[in-house]
Design a binder for this molecule. Sequence first.
Ligand code: FA5
Length: 330
Amino acid sequence: MKGNLLGQLESAKLELTRVKDRHGLLQLKSRYLGAKSQVAMGLSQLKGLEAGERAKAGQALNQVKKQLEKLFAAAEQELVTAQDFEPVDITEPGKREYPGYGHAHPTTSVIAESFRIFTELGFAIVDSPEVDTDWYNFEALNMPPEHPAREMQDTFYSTYQDKNGAKWLPRTHTSNMQVRFMEHNKPPFKIIVPGKVFRNENEDATHSWAFIQIEGVVVGEGVSMADLKGTLLRIVRGILGSEAEIRFRPSFFPYTEPSVELDCKYQGKWLELGGAGMIHPQVLRNGGIDPEKYTGFAFGWGYERLAVIKYGLNDLRSLWRPNFRYLEQF
Ligand code: FA5
């Protein structure tokens, strides 16, 4: 029996040299140490032997068993080291796609920069709903159904009506927050409302169907057009630099009177950055604010346009595409 057992050790050693993977190793281990292995069978037959024989055979069997276990443990360790820790770079796919460390997206940088300036000037940043009722998006801003100004802000309509019969839609501008905020806050206040807006728009270099706007609403006693002009100039120059060429152009919005458009010179042409104006008395009334006592101004800009100008981009749509090689330049 002893010779037979030693033969087991030798053949296990030999067979182990041919093992290529964990599966092969487990199969071999089961042959030498499993329930049907010679060692296991030998151990189970011990009780049939005489006491003296049993002690000897038991000792021999256990010795071989221990050695086999050692052999397999070592082989297992070797296989783990060889297979699992071979240079497998788990970061490789990412590396291939994008070799850098990453940084803030250009639009995010402009947003962050504007927040810094707005908060310095005492503006509070207010959250707002991206889906809202027709009332807050249009009607409360003097745009009843069929009003022609709605056409410039065509959007994606749904048939959904809530239990009060109100129609909901993806908001077309951050101005949806004007009356919502007024209803719950008493003047004086200075707020900005950043957020995504949606329009039925043909895309081009300066238009996208979803974009990020920032609304500003300032209401207090004696707030004037001069305040509007000074504030907007301070902010736009703060973001784009003091050399930025900016102009105010008369315009029309049903919810401000008078209204202006703010343009910035870009690549030799004027590019519209946003609209602004003195808040219409009816809008203040809709928000529960007495227009005899308080006045205010509001503005709404597109952040992508600001990013286009600040970073000298040719096409605003590139900001929405995940092209690392492009975005990495900023
Ligand atoms: C408005 O959305 C008004 N609510 C702005 C406003 C607020 C006026 C408060 C008065 C008082 P307008 O549709 O022009 O206005 O959009 C404002 C700005 O959003 C534009 O000047 C432009 O910078 C940006 N913008 C508009 N449409 C797009 C578009 N399709 N893609 C990217 N940016 C856009």
